[in-house]
Design a binder for this molecule. Sequence first.
Ligand code: DO4
Ligand code: MG
Length: 302
Amino acid sequence: MRIIRFLEENGLSRLAAITDENLLYELPFENILELRQEAQQRKVSMVEIIQQAIQDTLPKKEGLEQLKLLVPIEAQEVWAAGVTYLRSREERNYEATGGKHVEPTIYDKVYEAKRPEIFFKSTKERTRGTGESLCLRTDSSWQVPEPELALVLDENGQIFGFTIGNDLSCRDIEGENPLYLPQAKIWKNSCSIGPAIRLAETVEDFYSFQITCRIYRNQEKVFEETASTRDLRRTYEELCSYLVKDNIVFNGTVLLTGTSIVPPENYTLQDGDLIEIEIPGIGTLVNPVKKQAVKLVENNLV
Ligand code: DO4
Ligand code: MG
């Protein structure tokens, strides 16, 4: 069972459920947190609440393609884990040293350490949904998508959903100096999540997600790679426990679990490229990328 949000003709947002038979039903809740709260109050599963809510209703006639999808959750905060796959460790070493590293680097150490790398990634104002544009930084010439499985958490770090996340990143900025990480990771529209949230209670094996990323330039596919969450070096519980430790965590926080898909070293995103990230069982997150317009007055260029 998956949950989406979409924009109604009257301009209001609406929650809907997609069943395993791909039928789409509107739900009488504004967001997934309301649905979860109802399930908790009545001490039943979210699926049971949905089944009760839709039992006497008909599925929507429109398919997903005809709806204007919104972010499936307006997460107050998005956090991310890094160097959770061997591939990420190798690529971080490459961007920092051009392959001339002498081990152990900070990336080798964090990969092996007990404490994972967890960093702040985005706020709801910076996070886009499927179909919306992501922005490129104007001061970077090496930008890539980072396709990641995303956990949807409650305030205790318990997983109640899975979605797809794109941790858009500047490899040159992080490679120049790891202290620049916030600038390599956070700017306007540098994160997307969606298109749907798969309810965790309907997932049999939390580590069996396949992630495929495709990039199109001028309608032509220029990159495709697939990875599996089986290759994660850490458990979700480990990552969540460090996120919530002595912290304030909002209900509906999203935690990206790291990337294992990296385009070739000579590839950088360009204005007009289209990124597709697909996870069977969740959906396909699609985002065009746009170069940001330089604000001449603000930057004292005029
Ligand atoms: O150390 C930097 C971040 C790495 C990251 O975002 C990832 O592994 O996905
Ligand atoms: Mg990442």
